[in-house]
Design a binder for this molecule. Sequence first.
Ligand code: GGG
Length: 356
Amino acid sequence: MTVPSYRIGSIPGDGIGLEVISAAIEVVRKLSSTLKTFSIEFTDLPWGSDYWKKTGSYVPEDYLETYRKFDASLFGSVGAPDVPDHVSLWGLLLAIRSPLQLFANVRPVRTFPGTKSPLANPPPEGIDWVLVRENSEGEYSGHGGRSHVGQPWEVATEVAIFTRVGVVRILRFAFETAQSRPRKHLTVVSKSNSLRNGLVLWDEVAAEVARDFPDVTWDKTLVDAMTIRMVNNPHTIDTIVGTNLHMDILSDLAASLAGSIGIAASSNLDPTRKNPSMFEPVHGSAFDITGKGLANPLGAIWSAADMLTWLGEAPAADHLMECVKAVCRAGILTADLGGNAKTQDVVNAICEEIEH
Ligand code: GGG
């Protein structure tokens, strides 16, 4: 019997990215060889800080052409202690997200069984949120510059760009996401009291788009108030949408409130499916634990499961996530979740679970 076959670009990047992506690939290969419902081939794309040190660039000149040949990509992390963070981020991660218009960054946040939320009053069934981050413009538009460098009158500008097209498409995507979930509730985060152009447009578009989704309830919250709501009233939250920078920050907070950023997954989607989407754990390269076998592989594994769902393999992805939950329930947890398991212990336990 012929089964669907997928070609994935693997971009481990830097630091623990190499460890967690190798873990996710091992688990997905085990899933494929056990279930036999799909086949999958990973091609290593060794782009990152080491590549930059050798060549002066994070990616080869024809990287977009190479990237577009895959069905999707699995990305680890970017950033190295001896490279300025803005050089590494724009050299690799944003060099993929931006030109390929992977405009919807979906960041699910969940409390896994056997793990603890630091919240005083977490929702009784645990946190189950989806954060939708605008991923192509806003504060990350790349517009701005510096002049009179080093002078007392030096000027630096960082222009947040909001286009109607960009705002409509992400808000529509967020309402659709909320509509697909049982609670059908969306919180639109902005800062339209002080940012009186782009984020007023954001709020206006939210009200316009909402009219097409009468079955979705929604509310508006300023980003500063949202941090308090996430801590004090987590049960009022279901799906959240916000700008590139706001959701970058809120998703780290959300992941920590659910247990650890080590489990947080993300999908960088092109919902039009013109370009291959990219799947990556939310965490960074964590050089303090690199090479020690301590990295939590669950963020990368959950991202790989989301990639399988995106590719049309939802039953396999659901099975993988059930195996992840079983391993958490059994207490096989890395240090960030309060356990003492190493990366490979978690991988071995998930692979065993897949086989049973
Ligand atoms: N795993 C993704 C990664 O390396 N993230 C580092 C980071 O700082 N990302 C910022 C962003 O997602 O905009």
